[in-house]
Write a protein that binds this ligand. Structure first.
Ligand SMILES: NC(=O)C1=CN([C@@H]2O[C@H](COP(=O)(O)OP(=O)(O)OC[C@H]3O[C@@H](n4cnc5c(N)ncnc54)[C@H](O)[C@@H]3O)[C@@H](O)[C@H]2O)C=CC1
Ligand SMILES: C[N+](C)(C)CC(=O)CC(=O)[O-]
Length: 486
């Protein structure tokens, strides 16, 4: 059953929420009085479509339906979840809540606010118990964190429901137990931001030098281990205690200006904006977003391989989807779209096209994703069983060039206890790039011979095989090299 999210305020953050809900199969209604909002949201959605699926190893649900509502009332009607993302002004947020709750008083109402406390948001509301903070991070469609902050007036059961909804769209709801201005994460960001403003104002560093100081060093550490775990390691064998003994005294030294904020005047704004233009002005914002997104995808995929940090959230989300895909019959009633790839510089040959070995690679990524789907992933291999590819027939049907996004879908042609015969389509924007017909054999890796797959793997496999039996057999099935078509 499709569920509906209402997004009130469709700017940078509202657009990100809309994209995340839509790509996770939710219908979305947006209300934003800005006539430019639909254009901006379309652009955010295009970036999200080009990056979020690359983090998933299981089929994404069909994209939800997007509607631009003319009124708040139209947007929130029948909504299972409402996310407010209007500008950071308390009076505006209060006005918007009055309008929302006049029409949908009982739905969970999360606010993207970066700094207001939930008790401030709830002031004067018809139903304060449904209002809470769900503070995301930009880009909302990629980064999993949402700080969920209730107040003592919030309804605990509704907060748990909201956290489940956030998990359903692949997020990591961090429950902030005590409300505080700017929650948890923004307090760090503010500290770093204020320090940086001083460094620029005092002529110690430029905007570019500060960015290098972050991204070449501790920024990489923070992304995978946070602060305390990182410093524990920095204490050497003696751990955190030694770290504290060594660096504790620095707390009284002039290592920060934290409480002392420079005057935010035109001079400081011009200084920072000018340096930032010189540093990055040759890229459009959309270009920078794409660079950021593809870096985040690469970084998060590395974390996913290690089942660590944000990568663990992605794996848990995949596991939930895999279960849903196997329990529903609909998911298996069509070729399964299982792989999302982008043609990288190292894949290009002397003809300027994707080199031929990468066509096989794209097929392998698709069949590997299928094996994970039916429960024959890395844990299964570690226990001594696997599928080996016995034969592949590749047809090269179209060109793929640098940066092209490819999808791999798989149809089961036949399967028994030991054999698995599949047909894989590699496509670019819906047009064929290659097909691969493969025969795989299930093997006992220790004995080095074919054997029946485990019953739970076969149960999943046969369910999909039986459903795929209704699909037309691809005309290229059984072709050999040089054979005439038709
Ligand atoms: N930009 C960021 O990095 C982050 C912002 N946030 C929070 O998200 C919220 C939105 O911020 P942004 O998206 O950055 O701002 P934005 O300025 O990009 O978007 C705000 C949108 O609200 C719309 N709006 C204004 N009045 C409205 C009304 N009465 N009804 C519906 N829409 C209305 C505006 O037309 C605009 O499109 C703020 O509370 C902010 O603190 C949270 C995380 C990160
Ligand atoms: C600058 N900011 C306070 C709006 C930042 C956030 O709220 C979170 C983010 O995405 O950096």
């Amino acid at each position: 059953m499709t569920r509906k999210a209402a997004i009130i305020g469709g700017g940078v953050i509202g657009g990100g929420w809309a994209a995340r809900f839509l790509l996770n199969g939710w219908d979305v209604a947006i209300f934003d009085p800005d006539p430019e909002a639909p254009r901006k949201i379309d652009e955010v959605l295009a970036n999200a479509k080009a990056s979020l699926p690359a983090l998933s190893d299981v089929p994404m649900p069909p994209i939800g339906r997007l509607v631009f509502a003319k009124t708040v009332k139209d947007a929130v009607q029948d909504a299972d979840y409402i996310q407010e993302s209007v500008s950071e002004q308390l009076a505006l947020k209060h006005r918007v809540y009055a309008d929302i709750q006049a029409n949908a008083p009982d739905a969970p109402l999360g606010s993207s606010t970066s700094g207001f406390k939930p008790s401030q948001l709830q002031e004067g509301a018809v139903n304060p118990a449904t209002i809470f903070v769900a503070h995301p991070f930009n880009p909302v469609y990629l980064l999993p964190l949402a700080e969920v902050v209730p107040s003592p007036a919030s309804n605990p059961a509704l907060i748990e429901r909201a956290k489940d909804i956030l998990r359903d769209i692949g997020m990591f709801p961090l429950h902030v137990r005590k409300e505080i201005d700017a929650h948890i994460a923004d307090r760090f960001l503010e500290a770093v931001w204020r320090e940086a403003l001083w460094l620029v104002k005092d002529g110690i560093a430029t905007t570019e030098e500060i960015d290098e100081a972050i991204r070449m060093g501790f920024g990489l550490r923070w992304g995978q281990m946070g602060l305390f775990e990182t410093y524990r390691i920095a204490g050497g064998e003696a751990g955190m205690k030694h770290f504290l003994e060594q660096f504790g005294p620095c707390l009284t030294w002039p290592w920060t200006k934290l409480m002392d904020v420079p005057e935010f005047n035109d001079e400081l704004v011009d200084l920072i904006a000018g340096q930032s233009d010189a540093q990055s002005g040759h890229h459009s914002i959309r270009e920078l977003e794409r660079i950021r997104d593809s870096s985040l995808v690469g970084f998060m995929r590395a974390l996913k391989d290690r089942d660590w940090g944000a990568g663990r959230v992605l794996n848990a989300h995949d596991a939930g989807r895999r279960k849903a895909a196997l329990s529903g019959t609909d998911a298996a009633a069509a070729p399964l779209t299982l792989a999302h790839l982008q043609v990288l510089p190292g894949w290009i040959d002397y003809n300027g096209h994707m080199t031929e070995s990468r066509y096989l690679f794209a097929g392998s990524e698709t069949s590997d994703a299928f094996l994970r789907l039916i429960g024959a992933g890395m844990d299964y291999v570690a226990a001594g069983h696997s599928y080996y590819t016995a034969e592949t027939h590749i047809m090269h049907l179209g060109e793929a060039k640098l940066g092209d996004r490819l999808t791999g879908s798989l149809q089961v042609l036949s399967a028994d206890e030991k054999r698995l015969h599949v047909f894989i389509r590699i496509e670019k924007d819906g047009a064929p790039v290659a097909t691969l017909e493969q025969m795989l054999l299930h093997v006992d890796m220790n004995a080095g011979r074919a054997c029946p797959a485990a019953p739970e793997v076969l149960a999943h496999l046969f369910k999909i095989r039986d459903s795929h039996a209704a699909l037309p057999r691809p005309p290229a099935t059984g072709r050999h090299v040089g054979q005439r078509k038709g």
